[in-house]
Ligand binder design. Structure first.
Ligand SMILES: Cc1cc2nc3c(=O)[nH]c(=O)nc-3n(C[C@H](O)[C@H](O)[C@H](O)COP(=O)(O)O)c2cc1C
Length: 170
C-alpha cells in the first residue's frame, strides 16, 4: 500500500489540526497515512514514504530554523521523485508553506500546487480543504504507484509505527 507521511511543526495546534485532516483525507483513499511531529520523524520514515506532506506555521515571516534543518535532511532520504505537499497555519503573511514547497522542489520532489494555507485556527470548511488535499496526495501517489514504467514497484512494507502526536513541535 502506498505510504503518505504528514510531518508538521505546530506551536498551538493549528497546523497539527490541518495535518490530522490531511491524514484523514488520504486514509479515505486507501493509502497508509500517518501524521507525525517533525522532531519525532525519522529519516527511515521519510525513505519509506511515497509522499511527504510538510506543514509549518509562519514565525517572523518564515518557518522556524529546526524545520528548515529537517527539510534539508531529506536530501538523505531519497526524496527525489516523491510526491510532496506543503501547508501551514499563519496569521498575516504566511511565508512558511511557500518556503517549504521551494525547498521540496529543490530536492527534486513533485510538489502539489498551490500550497495550502489557513489563517489561525482551521474552521470546519478549512478542515474540509485539508481533507481534499489528503485525497489529492493519495490519488497522485496511487497513479504513480500503478503507472507502468514509473519504476514504482508494489511493495508490502510493514505498517509504520504509531507516533504520538504531541503538541508544540518547537
Ligand atoms: C511570535 C510569533 C510570530 C509570528 N509571526 C508570524 C509571521 O511573521 N507571519 C504570519 O503570517 N504569522 C505569524 N504568526 C502567527 C502564527 O503563524 C499563527 O498564530 C499560527 O496560527 C500558529 O499556528 P500553529 O499553532 O500551528 O503554530 C506569529 C505568531 C507568533 C506567536
Amino acid at each position: 500500500m502506498p505510504k503518505v507521511v504528514v510531518v508538521y511543526l505546530s506551536t498551538s495546534g493549528n497546523t497539527k489540526a490541518m495535518a490530522d485532516a490531511i491524514v484523514e483525507g488520504a486514509a479515505s483513499r486507501n493509502v497508509d497515512a500517518v501524521a507525525m511531529n517533525f522532531h519525532e520523524a525519522k529519516i527511515e520514515d521519510m525513505k519509506a514514504a511515497d509522499a511527504i506532506a510538510i506543514g509549518s506555521s509562519t514565525f517572523h515571516y518564515k518557518m522556524l530554523p529546526p524545520m528548515e534543518k529537517f527539510i534539508d535532511s531529506l536530501a538523505k532520504a531519497n526524496a527525489k521523485g516523491k510526491v510532496g505537499a506543503a501547508f501551514g497555519s499563519y496569521g498575516w503573511s504566511g511565508e512558511a508553506p511557500i518556503m517549504i514547497a521551494e525547498k521540496m522542489r529543490a530536492l527534486g520532489m513533485e510538489v502539489i500546487d498551490p500550497v495550502l494555507r489557513i489563517q489561525y485556527q482551521p474552521a470546519e470548511k478549512d478542515l474540509e480543504e485539508c481533507k481534499r488535499l489528503g485525497k489529492d496526495i493519495a490519488n497522485k501517489v496511487k497513479t504513480k504507484y500503478t503507472k507502468p514504467g514509473s519504476g514504482a514497484k508494489p511493495k508490502d512494507a510493514p505498517m509504520m509505527k504509531e507516533v504520538k502526536m504531541g503538541e508544540g513541535g518547537h
